[in-house]
Design a protein around this ligand. Structure first.
Ligand code: HEC
Ligand code: HEC
Length: 331
């Protein structure tokens, strides 16, 4: 299947059992909101102060530079594949070595060691193998992978970006770290027809490019689009309300925010700078430190033009205010 980008939609034509738990993508999700967690008093550790100078990761035309840029910023692969430290940062000594685990009644998923270690990592995978993993949720032997990696969105990642990411992942230092196999109590059948090629998304249309970054590359919209009974509801794009209980090493639950253009419940009344500050420093408009679940520290290194594109796209999301499920509190 060859796809362009007329409209970016994760294809979720997957087995019923998988659909039911797909809500866990991003992390463990439960149906009932946990009120006490909706307004977390203070995360275990506050994110780095807003004033801290951040070294941007520079983008560039060659494959490795571009791949490094995507992985270390908006794609944020390390948010799952690198262990988190107590202060919310990613362990620099175990980059991409795995493995946080997500335990759900129907699966126990381990983010694998994706360094090029030959025995415990993916040293034997070719660049094409990694691209196929992103596009088709498949390992080289053809076995399908399951949630919570946002495979439904990665299907829309351009060949250029997927190859750049794969090339960069193959270039990082190998780290030996044995990661247990994930177990799923339902069959993994993939996320739709096989993807063979995805066209580039031109940067000339800022909103479209922002849509592409927030979806197929950065999967912002996976966490921030409402899941109903475990199935992503594209009519509630950006509506939030998903509850993530005890993700990674943390002992709290986070509720994904409403990031639509609704003036009361979403970001409609925020200035561009306020939105950017939340994304890159983890501090909400009202000064509340956001839980370190989104990789703010990586987003802080994004090129200003990419951040601007994402903000332009968020502004274009139809406002969604009242109505189930409730938007995250503590605006
Ligand atoms: C939301 C968490 C999450 C994010 C973000 C994520 N992954 Fe994963 N990844 C996982 C999990 C969990 C698995 C194991 C899936 C399984 O066992 O079926 C996995 C598996 C993989 C595998 C297969 C490894 C193997 O040995 O089978 C590759 C390759 C991979 N991820 C690369 C990436 C890249 C590249 C990115 C960024 C573009 C990324 N992942 C982002 C959670 C994540
Ligand atoms: C792994 C899931 C996840 C991903 C990926 C993610 N977010 Fe979030 N986001 C959350 C959660 C959960 C919160 C609420 C945190 C809290 O309330 O402490 C949040 C909060 C926010 C806020 C603050 C809203 C407010 O009311 O304070 C903004 C803005 C935002 N996200 C935008 C984005 C953008 C843009 C991206 C992609 C570049 C993104 N998010 C990626 C889960 C995620």
């Amino acid at each position: 299947m060859r796809i362009g980008h007329g409209g970016i939609r994760p294809t979720l034509a997957i087995g019923a059992a998988l659909v039911l738990v797909f809500g866990a993508t991003g992390c463990a999700r439960q149906e009932a909101p946990a009120p006490k967690a909706a307004a977390p008093a203070a995360p275990a550790a506050a994110p780095a102060p807003a004033a801290a100078a951040v070294e941007p990761v520079l983008d560039g035309p060659d494959k490795l530079t571009h791949g490094r840029y995507l992985v270390e910023t908006v794609a944020g692969c390390g948010n799952c594949h690198t262990p988190h430290l107590a202060d919310g940062s990613l362990d620099p000594s175990k980059k991409f070595a795995g493995a946080f685990v997500i335990k759900e009644p129907v699966f126990e998923a381990y983010a694998r060691n994706i360094t090029p270690d030959m025995e415990t990592g993916i040293g034997a995978w070719s660049e094409d193998d990694i691209v196929n993993a992103l596009h088709n949720a498949q390992r080289p032997d053809g076995a399908f992978m399951g949630p919570p990696m946002s495979f439904g969105w990665y299907r829309g990642m351009s060949d250029t970006d997927a190859h750049a990411i794969a090339a960069y992942i193959k270039s990082v230092p190998a780290i030996r770290n044995e990661v247990p196999k994930s177990t799923y109590s339902f069959p993994l059948t993939g996320y739709g027809p096989k993807i063979t090629s995805v066209a580039d998304v031109p940067k000339t249309d800022q909103v479209k490019y922002g849509e592409y970054l927030a979806g197929p590359v950065g999967h912002c919209m996976d966490c921030h689009t409402t899941y109903v009974m475990g199935v992503i509801d594209m009519k509630q794009l950006g509506h939030g309300g998903n509850v993530y209980t005890k993700p990674f090493i943390y002992d709290w639950a986070a509720v994904s925010a409403n990031i639509t253009s609704d003036k009361a419940a979403g970001l409609g009344d925020w200035s561009d700078d306020e939105i950017k500050k939340a994304i890159t420093t983890g501090v909400s408009r009202n000064g509340r430190p956001l839980l370190p679940f989104m990789p703010y520290g990586l987003y802080a290194k994004m090129e200003p033009s990419d951040l601007n594109a994402i903000v332009a796209y968020l502004r274009s999301l139809p406002p969604l205010g009242a109505g189930p499920p409730p938007a995250a509190e503590a605006k």
